[in-house]
Design a protein around this ligand. Structure first.
Ligand code: TEU
Length: 564
């Protein structure tokens, strides 16, 4: 970590603490559980651990509804537990990236409790309040991302307050410099405790169009998002925080960018702008949204997936931005089930997705369970779900006319709970996650899909990730190589190259259960590869074909070669 951009050769491991490891039998994970598992993460080759919210919270949105930004929720442990975690990370030369949720706070936060007491409260303008529309009712037609109106009525002061997410998540008013000062102070609090990185939750939503116009849907879906996404002062606000906290302390940051653009993410993450180190965007994880709608199913569009990954690789490189690379997180179904075969070809598929992602330019993120090939769980009924978004949508889908079973099938495919079931450590009860009653079901396949069964297996998915993480530290071409897509809309194969003056790296993957062949375009083959010697870096099949201009690929085969 001595190079200024050391994190460009690192891999981040995302920990959803509620489901990672429980050490006190409460049924939910805790900070001590993460500390207990640091050797596991260190052995995997992880440098940076992203810890999702463990602050005081009513848990309506599993901690993304923060009621005190500087106190640990007893459900997850104590500040002493946190300090012990920091010490143990330091011993292993690992760093902590903390999740910060400051587009909104919980309505249980003291700021909001004060604000709602009176229009004259000094905290009133910490939030966004509007009078009812002239004819009564909500101020405009903006919709919550969890369904329903984005406005909640407060009887006490006869005004509405804005909630872009759950009705108990009140949007903070970043136009108020006192709010911006509060954010700077809470970031400094954690930085002084040794935190070296921050993941900024929906940070591109913090600047709203202050006219709060009705959305007529003429340009984009009529839910208002264009009036608060990448808003008028967002870069100014982020830069202000950089100048006061992240820059002076040389901290790494990743911005979660909801519904953003490539141009914006270049601007957010180009180091010349002193804003963020890197950005998450979600366009590649909407290729199975029919008409762009999350709750309308369709088979995923493979060509669109490849096109988007390529567009962002080339665009961010040309613009000097930096991608946070991911296919999984706590808000998404498991990619293994979504894009490949999580049954007959589960192991090949998990390794294929890993090789495809980790060969790209950017900083890869591994979401807990991804490294052992955890698929979407088997859901039996709606009562097994916990996510507020899923529960709301199960009701809304039926209000829209879907039969219960049809609505349940849609929830099964799209629910964020698909990635929130407990980490599967071993074959003991509850997969070794808890000795208590787990807060959410453990997937029944934990007896065959678990950490313990893979650690010593050289051919396991876990050890495939371990190799990829090591390669990123070793090969400069994985950090700096220019991306070139080599398959022109091949129906099953995704092939790309990373090139620099000295070397060529090839990643070739068959995203199908068919035996296929792939030919590297003549001009590329002749210019860069003909008569060169290739070295296999990693594969997911026992038999590995020689790299030739035309290569035969077995079902879900995936290879990475280097040509020097
Ligand atoms: O996610 C924001 C976000 O864009 C997704 O939640 C998405 O909008 C949602 O899944 C609807 O499709 C961040 C956190 O990652 C998420 O867990 C929180 O629920 C949300 O913000 C509110 O803090």
């Amino acid at each position: 970590m001595i190079e200024p951009d050391w994190w460009k050769k690192s891999t981040v491991y995302q920990v959803y603490p509620k489901s990672f490891k429980d050490t006190n039998g409460s049924g939910t994970g805790d900070i001590k559980g993460l500390t207990m598992k640091l050797d596991y993460l260190h052995d995997l080759g992880i440098d940076i651990v992203w810890l999702q919210p463990v602050y005081v919270s009513p848990q309506n949105d599993n901690g993304y509804d923060v009621a005190d930004y500087c106190r640990i929720d007893p459900e997850f442990g104590t500040m002493e537990d946190f300090d012990e975690l920091m010490l143990e990370l330091h011993k292993r030369e690992m760093v902590l990236m903390l999740d910060i949720v400051v587009n909104h706070s919980s309505t249980e936060h003291e700021w909001f409790k004060q604000a709602r007491q009176s229009k004259d409260s000094p905290y009133r303008d910490y939030y966004i309040w509007k009078d009812p529309a002239p004819g009564g009712g909500v101020p405009n037609n903006w919709q919550s991302k969890f369904g329903g109106s984005a406005w909640q009525y407060d009887e006490e002061t006869e005004q509405y307050f804005l909630t872009l997410f759950d009705k108990t998540q009140a949007d903070l008013n970043w136009e108020n410099e006192l709010v911006r000062k509060e954010v700077v102070e809470l970031l400094k609090f954690w930085a002084e405790k040794g935190v070296k990185g921050f993941r900024m939750d929906v940070i591109n939503l913090i600047s709203k169009d202050l006219s709060f116009p009705e959305d007529d849907g003429s340009i984009a879906p009529g839910d208002g998002r264009r009036f608060y996404t990448d808003g008028p002062r967002v870069h100014e606000f982020i830069r202000e925080v950089y100048d006061q906290v992240w820059g002076p302390n040389h901290l790494i940051t990743v911005g979660e960018m909801s519904s953003t653009t490539l141009a914006q993410c270049i601007r957010y993450s180009n180091p010349e702008n002193n804003e963020l180190s890197m950005t998450f965007n979600f366009h590649h994880l909407k290729v199975d949204y029919l008409n762009g709608q999350k709750w309308e199913l369709m088979p995923y569009d493979f060509e669109e997936l490849k096109r988007l990954l390529s567009e962002w690789q080339v665009g961010m490189n040309e613009g000097g931005g930096w991608n946070a690379l991911f296919l999984n997180n706590h808000d998404q179904p498991r990619a293994l089930s979504r894009f490949t075969d999580d049954r007959k070809y589960r192991t090949e598929s998990a390794k294929l997705l890993a090789t495809t992602l980790h060969g790209l330019q950017g900083t890869p993120y591994v979401y807990q369970g991804e490294e052992i090939g955890m698929p979407n769980p088997v859901w039996n009924n709606i009562d097994e779900f916990r996510d507020i978004e899923s529960k709301n949508m199960y009701r809304i889908l039926q209000e829209q006319g879907k039969e219960p079973d049809e609505a349940l099938n849609i929830i099964r495919e799209r629910s964020r709970d698909n990635s929130r079931t407990p980490m599967q450590w071993d074959t003991t009860i509850n997969a070794g996650f808890t000795t208590g009653t787990p807060w959410i079901k453990v997937d029944e396949r934990y007896r065959t899909i678990n950490v313990h069964s893979q650690l010593e297996d050289a051919d396991s998915i876990y050890n495939h990730y371990k190799k990829l993480i090591a390669l990123r530290k070793e090969l400069v071409i994985l950090k700096d190589g220019m991306y070139v897509r080599l398959d022109e809309s091949h129906p099953q194969v995704y092939t790309y190259a990373r090139i620099n003056e000295q070397e060529t790296l090839i990643v070739m993957s068959n995203f199908s259960d068919q035996e296929v062949s792939f030919s590297i375009p003549d001009e590329f083959w002749n210019e860069r590869m003909n008569e060169q010697v290739s070295e296999l870096l990693i594969s997911n099949t026992l038999h590995v074909p020689e790299l030739a201009q035309s290569t035969s690929l077995s079902p879900y085969a995936s290879y990475m070669w280097i040509i020097k």
